[in-house]
Write a new protein. Structure first.
Lengths: 132, 141
């Protein structure tokens, strides 16, 4: 008698369709829920009203006017010139702090641009304060 | 005329490369992306060239374009915020010599400077001395 053995069936993988469904759902969840923003920070000291900076020197002043003008120690300049101007001034008088005084309605982006330039120029202490 | 019976294809066989790719994508998004909850209002942070990376401790104050404030996704008025901050400063102080982590401010890039200064003066009155202004790196043109 001849036995017809069934050809050995390939072992069934775990059923794939539900697995794929779940993995796709996870994938879409992580795609939507994750954020790739790369955060940076600017350290600032809160403005002190009573205890003025103990340095006997008045800080160097950068005014940001609403119409976009920048005035550094009474001298109007462009944003691109600010770094060199502050650096030159600090080379003469090292250790002076810098205060950035924006007009009330100046947008924050503009203030941050100026703060970046001042920090790049090597100023040891940078403060943000109200424009008069 | 008789056609040969079409070869039966194993379904699983073709899907394996697809699953490999999907798994890779899944793992990429899980590892590379930080899960984030949406802020309660839209805040578009300013660009900056600052190299400092933030630490993720301490409260975060949101300042929207039109001056609304929120702490940890809870909208607050300035007076409430002040009492909350005073409590936080007092709670953080006795732990030890280590300074409490600075407060992070996430402000919109179109918020006006006086709104930020109002907030910083409020923080000063509450006894906070250091704040970190959150920014994102400048996008290359």
């Amino acid at each position: 008698m001849r036995l017809e053995l069934p050809t050995p069936r390939r072992r069934q993988l775990i059923s794939l369709t539900p697995l794929i469904d779940v993995v796709f759902i996870l994938l879409i969840f992580f795609m939507l829920a994750s954020s790739f923003l790369d955060w940076r920070t600017i350290p600032l000291a809160t403005p002190s009203t009573n205890s003025r900076v103990t340095s006997d020197l008045t800080p160097l002043q950068v005014r940001i006017h609403l119409d976009g003008r920048l005035v550094f120690e009474g001298e109007a300049l462009e944003l691109g010139q600010l770094r060199a101007a502050v650096r030159g001034r600090l080379a003469d008088e090292p250790g002076r702090s810098v205060v950035v005084r924006p007009d009330d309605a100046v947008p924050l982006q503009r203030v941050v641009e100026v703060l970046d330039r001042v920090r790049d120029s090597g100023a040891g202490s940078v403060r943000l304060d109200r424009g008069e | 005329m008789k056609f040969p019976a079409p070869e039966r294809r194993e379904v699983g066989e073709n899907l394996i490369p697809l699953i490999n790719i999907v798994f890779l994508l899944l793992i990429f998004f899980m590892v590379a992306g930080a899960l984030s909850s949406d802020d309660i209002f839209q805040v578009d942070p300013p660009d900056s060239t600052s190299p400092m990376e933030p630490d993720h401790e301490g409260p975060m104050i949101l300042l929207s374009r039109d001056g609304r404030l929120a702490v940890d996704d809870e909208p607050l008025e300035a007076t409430e915020l002040r009492s909350r901050l005073v409590a936080w400063v007092e709670g953080a102080e006795p732990i030890g010599a280590a300074a409490p982590p600075p407060i992070r401010i996430k402000a919109d890039q179109d918020a006006s400077a006086d709104r930020l200064l109002d907030l910083m003066e409020l923080l000063r009155e509450a006894g906070v001395e250091r704040v970190l202004l959150l920014t994102v790196p400048v996008k290359p043109d």
